[in-house]
Design a protein around this ligand. Sequence first.
Ligand code: KG4
Ligand code: ZN
Length: 336
Amino acid sequence: MHILGIETSCDDTAAALLTQRDGRFVVERSCVSSQIDIHKIYGGVVPEIAGRKHADSIIPVIREALGNARPDAIAVTAGPGLVTSLVVGVEAARALSYAWGEVPIVRTNHIEGHIYSVLLGDNPPTEIPFPCIALIVSGGHTELILMRGHGDYTLIGRTRDDAVGECFDKAAKVMGLEYPGGPKISKLATEGARDAIAFPRPMCTSDDFDFSFAGLKTAVLYYLRDNPTANHADVCASFEQAVTDVLVAKTLRAAREYTAASVILSGGVSANRYLREGLHNALTNELPACTVLIPELKYTTDNAAMIAAAGWFHAQNREFTPWSELTADPSWELVR
Ligand code: KG4
Ligand code: ZN
């Protein structure tokens, strides 16, 4: 079976062709056309521009991913995301399904795609050991999800205000760094001292698995207002340390409480090296029996191979949506 993945939930137009060999996913081609150069002029994603750029890029990107192949199914991101962006991918999937004689469509959730990104790469794992704790950290989401099997999700914690990626991007903006700020902060942080500034660790010791990052962002803002000559590398390093401490502490506690056989770290912020290493080291030291699954760098940020991988499991169960019923749902939460 070959699945065509299509992803247009935010500012990346992506398509990928995925198959399986010996129980492992094989990404035949994964193509991503990024719009960052346009949106960074405005300091963030402009929905109308994003929609128009997706419309320009969607056919060339799909054509490149397909080559001469004709897929057996199409997995397309239907939500969550920006509606002006989502509709472009959804309409492309509808049109292809119709034109190809009702090729089945899997309506796929973007967050589920991030979870399954851990099964992609050069020599990827064949399975996710369950029960699994998934920490999803992206520009719009910060969630701890308990997974008891494929498609079996329970939300155990989420951010009460800003998502981690949003917090990185806003803190970066205060320091005059370009959108998206996450990668810029993480680069500058390597030159700074992790213990230079005592930023707060919001909700680090609270009894639940929720997060709050708005206060940390404000702490960076106030620190820079009161210390205009502050060394930005120190600010970035101390900020990254505070974020990592909170995420690692809560994930470790969740893994213990639910006797997790594996922990997944995914979403755009999982590209952050300090967080990847911090979580990996903490888990291998404290819970050596627990498998740590973190996507290869190229599959951390938005791509369509992860959408095809998540769609694969639904396709196995024949969970298809006819093109005539397929719609985008910008506020589709994987679990509430
Ligand atoms: O998953 P993603 O590509 O898009 C959404 O679904 O939101 O995540 C984008 C987010 C942005 O906030 C970006 O700043 C953040 O991921 N990000 C990072 C890094 N690379 C991307 N944050 C911290 N460190 C990084 N290296
Ligand atoms: Zn994403």
